[in-house]
Design a binder for this molecule. Sequence first.
Ligand code: ZN
Length: 315
Amino acid sequence: MILCARRASGHPAHTGVLYSDPVTLTAPPRLLLVHAHPDDETLTTGGTIARYAAHGVHVTVVTCTLGEEGEVIPEGLQGLAVDHADQLGGYRVGELRSACAALGVADHRFLGGMGRWRDSGMAGVDANKHPRALVAGDPEEQVASLEAVVREVRPQVVVTYGPDGGYGHPDHVRAHEITAEAVRRVGGVDRFFHTVASRAATNTGVGALRDVPGLPYRLPEPDELPVVDDGVITTAVDVSGHLPAKLSALRAHATQVSVWQDGSGVASYALSNGIAQPVLGHEYYVLADGDPTGVEQDLFGGLFGGREADAQGAR
Ligand SMILES: [Zn+2]
């Protein structure tokens, strides 16, 4: 893929005669996603990752914790949980590795290295105070770790949760805070997005599950699933062609996610709460910072100019 490196033109190393024709530069699009726990990359952005990875985008995923505090769904794996052997974090590393393989993530890292930060659990629980809990940790150290990744990868697009963490989990809130700060300090990121769930699409998806025979989960009450008003959504990425990869990745997180599909291809999944969630054909984003031109259907839309719009259109 030949792309015009718009940002590279300002880089000292790229101003010499060798680079005088910018349209010959190869600048693969680079996408960085920062997530709190193993499974969040798939639950919120799995289709997006699969789509961009399949089209040659360099996708980097940073996971902040090992998800040690998660509840365990399969009966046979209950012994891993925090109130038993407390081995869930290590086990989830393997689940995450399988999910990343299914999605096509070539570059995965843990914030500060594997095991540096621990899942803080839900707000107000004792796990918040664990010495290695992400929320008990020094934000400066965490920002510095992420800053190093941003400087190395030089992503044009960065994705994490909004300021409320999507649904209020302290680790998701912290992931937002340190990502926003790292992006601000490094500079040069073209777009910063928050991953969100669409109220309209979620309602439609749940409605479609209503009459599906054999669904083993209970349907959510109105507004029980965390969603945002569609008016704030700037970007809907069509992931309908990449749902098999997303479903494979969801299945990889078997301690956290149960996946159900009927013979006709209808799919749903549930976390340990047993609430049915639809598998949607789009994933949704709010542009928090950057140029909104061309952003409606593509996180990179319009970033590389007209020549590159063709390459984007081929996706
Ligand atoms: Zn999470």
